[in-house]
Design a binder for this molecule. Structure first.
Ligand code: 5HY
Length: 254
């Protein structure tokens, strides 16, 4: 089984760390391909950057369809472009926020989220509502460390994340979801430090994607996530016009 883990930002070092976290939980025989798009923002901490990250994500999904990939993980906590990716993909497409929330919802009555910058907390809440977990989220807190500083020892990110997780648990949560793919390799250490379940969405999404493929399940293609209709795309995104790929996506792989 081949699982393509797409880091929608263009920081290769982060993709490598994400790939290690995914490979660490993948079953024997599962090939984890961690990929970085050729276009997009260095990190995603705003709606503008999230929008700019979507073409790169779709580029990597389209290449995955050509290469026969079985499932995809969208390794950014905003789950950017997940609906568009599902229209292109045949196999399951799992966002790390979606997976993290599903896992946490089975570990206690309520859970909280610790993310990077406060300006991203709105998106985290919005996704919880979208996925049906809004009433289970106690709070979304921010450690105020930028995504690309998470692995800079001078940022004190790990200590700050532990502190915020402790505050979330003190606020009545039974579990915590880490709100950034860049925190994936913090998870075990943070969970030990706070003595409670801490969920990393990269790992959760990887095993969920594997499970769906093992169940023989694919993205539904009869309605909303049917392949996009073919039509002209002009300007810098002209290369994203599906042209005969629309037929290929709609016809060959279904
Ligand atoms: C992420 N940004 O997981 C999000 C986290 C965030 O580049 N990878 C990013 O801050 O929303």
């Amino acid at each position: 089984m081949r699982i393509r883990v797409v880091n929608p930002n263009t920081t290769a070092a982060m993709t490598a760390a994400i790939g290690r976290a995914a490979a660490a939980v993948a079953a024997p025989g599962t090939v984890v391909e961690a990929v970085t798009p050729t276009t997009g923002p260095a990190s995603i901490e705003s709606h503008y950057e999230e929008a700019l990250a979507v073409p790169g994500l779709l580029e990597q999904v389209a290449l995955g369809e050509r290469d026969g990939v079985d499932a995809y993980v969208v390794a950014c906590f905003g789950d950017p472009g997940i609906d568009a990716a599902r229209e292109l993909a045949t196999g399951p497409v799992i966002g790390i926020a979606e997976a993290g929330y599903h896992a946490a919802a089975m570990l206690g009555r309520r859970f909280g989220v610790v993310t990077t910058l406060a300006r991203t907390t709105g998106r985290a809440r919005e996704l919880a509502d979208r996925y049906g977990f809004g009433s289970l989220v106690t709070e979304v807190r921010a450690c105020e460390v930028p995504v690309l500083a998470l692995h800079d020892p001078a940022s004190g990110a790990r200590e700050l994340v532990v502190e915020e997780c402790r505050a979330v648990l003190a606020g009545g949560a039974d579990a915590v979801v880490l709100g950034c793919a860049g925190m994936a390799d913090f998870c075990a250490e943070v969970s030990r430090a706070v003595g409670a379940p801490v969920v990393d969405g990269v790992a959760a999404a990887t095993v969920l994607a594997e499970s769906l493929v093992r169940l023989g399940l694919t993205t539904g293609k009869h309605g909303e996530y049917a392949s996009p209709p073919d039509k002209p795309v002009t300007g810098v995104l002209a290369g994203f016009a599906l042209g005969d790929r629309a037929a290929a996506l709609a016809g060959v792989r279904s």
